[in-house]
Design a binder for this molecule. Sequence first.
Ligand SMILES: Cc1cc2nc3c(=O)[nH]c(=O)nc-3n(C[C@H](O)[C@H](O)[C@H](O)COP(=O)(O)OP(=O)(O)OC[C@H]3O[C@@H](n4cnc5c(N)ncnc54)[C@H](O)[C@@H]3O)c2cc1C
Length: 238
Amino acid sequence: MQHSSTYRMRVKENLRITAPECRDTVVKLTLEPVNGKLSSFLPGQFVLIGLPGLDDPAPGYFAMASAPDHPEVFEFYIKDAGPLSSYLCNIEVGRQLEVEGPMGRGFDLRPFKGDDVCLIGVGTGIAPLHSVCLNIVRHRQDYGRVVIFAGFLTEMHQLLTDELEELAKYDIEVSVSLEMGHDSWDGPIGYVQHALEADGLDGSHAVACLAGMSAMVDACTQTLQNLGFDDSRILLNH
Ligand SMILES: Cc1cc2nc3c(=O)[nH]c(=O)nc-3n(C[C@H](O)[C@H](O)[C@H](O)COP(=O)(O)OP(=O)(O)OC[C@H]3O[C@@H](n4cnc5c(N)ncnc54)[C@H](O)[C@@H]3O)c2cc1C
């Protein structure tokens, strides 16, 4: 999308993703335009969501998890973390919201055709990376190895499990790290940067996209630099 616009959007679906026994609530929120069409956006871009006519709770930024080309809806993964996100996690189907955007740099992989792609995210940071993957699937032959390193607190906190499994069909490797694992967990246990380090990607022919909390972004940036990634090959979406 070239220009940021303000849309009135309606809640089409609001699904709780985290298990009922999980203390954290994350929902998948699907919004459709009330009038007109949505324009395409760059994977990784986000919007500012607010309540029509109200400043409280204040509007907040949320990244689209859905496909960026000719979208009919925007899909978001929203964690209940404060006043606005709590409102959105509990919003009823049919309610309207004000949506400004898309905005941010997004993850523009077009200059990196032919290279390997490494996507690294934790928690709801997986959302914009899913949008990147949906875009890669449409141009899969343009890239070499594609691997997503996802990190969650526990098995109960995993997001987009089916969606990530689906990516295997398109030769996209998925590594899920749990910060707190258990005996029957056969994936990596620890922080996502440890799985990244163990993989040993060659940074001279790869590009990395990072999404998540700033401590994770800082730690992964360090790891990527150690793997030989130049700063121009470490992308952030904002
Ligand atoms: C570019 C960008 C994209 C974002 N995309 C998403 C997204 O796709 N999904 C999403 O849920 N949030 C996303 N956020 C965070 C979101 O904008 C809000 O900050 C969050 O929903 C909390 O806002 P609040 O008003 O409810 O509570 P606040 O009172 O503003 O925040 C409550 C506390 O929660 C912490 N917090 C905020 N978000 C998270 C989180 N996801 N996990 C853990 N702690 C958190 C804050 O640091 C703060 O301490 C994004 C933020 C930015 C800047």
